[in-house]
Design a protein around this ligand. Sequence first.
Ligand code: BGC
Length: 496
Amino acid sequence: MYLSTGRKAPSRKGSMHDVPKDLMKQIKELEQQFTIDTAKLHEIVAKFQFELEKGLSKEGGSIPMNPTWVIGYPSGEETGTFLALDLGGTNLRVCEVELPEEKGQYDIYQSKYRLPEELKTGTGEQLFDYIAECVKQFLIANHEGQDISELSDLHLGFTFSYPCHQDAIDHGVLQRWTKGFDIEGVEGHDVVPMFEEALERKGVPIKITALVNDTTGTLIASAYTDPTTKIGCIFGTGCNAAYMEEVGCVPKLDHMNLDPNLQIAINCEWGAFDNERVVLPRTAYDNHIDKTSPRPGQQIFEKMVAGLYLGEIFRLVLVDLHANPEVSIFEGQDISALREEYSLDASFLADIESDPWENLMETQVLFEKTLKIDTTEPERKLIRRLAELIGTRAARLSACGVAAICKMKGFTSCHVGADGSVFNKYPNFQKRGAQALREIFGWDKSVRKDPIQIVPAEDGSGVGAALIAALTMKRINAGIHAGVNVKRKNSLIPPA
Ligand code: BGC
């Protein structure tokens, strides 16, 4: 027993010699279904690149490639105090960000509020009223002694991380909910006035300066402190990326007659990659997740790689194996807890993958506690291998998206700023992604440092959103009004 010795847990490679034939056969089959070899990586990257380019074309494709009206990188010299608001999957975060005179620096004060589960399937008005109330509470707490009505000069960057069609930075029509949200009356509408009306109802006079996607925020915040950053990514509950594009390379913006050299951030919304289902090696479990989701046929790539789905894929495989008469797994056990949909999240897989013990005793405890299932050691070996397969597939597919943007833009060396629970907390996700990039770009051992590296990002939805609000105000104050909504009731552009 390792536990009683107090010495460091060994790294667990584990042998499969004691795994019975029926389980071994299933492991081999799962390996076949979930493994993405180098040849398949190449095939996926080529198709991904093609689809990214199609998304920029006039006809468009299934990857939205939404222009964000974030124009150019920060210089590092942005200054002022801004509010940032982040509507994440589980929390709502309100921040006040100070950008001081010193280049590339910031100070941030923030509060988190839990997002009640029932709001994710309620009405738009309920959602925005709740958000507005949180902003109000934050301002009351952080501006003691001041009347809220005196704060009308505060500008807010609103991180709203769902696909939005933006024809201005302070405008965004929600194309569809993702990440399991299903709130009526918002899809197809501009979310900015909805939120502004809620703020008015609560008597909060601040201005919404920019609607920001988390990936764009990540790109801008990371580029602020590390100018080699060329892409911002989120690998969390959902997945996506943003990068800076020249207007001249975006045919669908031709009609606007903008300077072709202007740099504009593109929110790819790459979760929609392969919605046509032609290249990704999908399993019956991926199909089931899609069919039973609130938006079948959409976010096909996201449903294979994002944190929201990893636990569910894992759960479906185990339920399926238990029902298979050729396999003996969890014999005579009550698996009713395992039957509950979406009962396991990605952290469950992360915990299994982190189990350092040869006999996987932490996995045993995890199954007992969470699912009331007593596992045998061979069963745990299958469980561990399954978690590895699902986690590895997610990391390798994620790397395909990064590689596709790099190839399309001709980036041969850069940093990719990444954030999100899967990137930050899932064991080996970063290492597995880096390995896939090596295979895709053919960097062998003679390349001492990977030229393209996915690195932890700066705080995109706090600092990034504040910077984007600052950049927008700088443009407006300089009289450059491209990409700012003039028609809006509370337009940021003062009347002539
Ligand atoms: C959303 C994106 C977002 C990503 C990461 C996806 O579900 O559609 O807008 O960037 O999740 O949060």
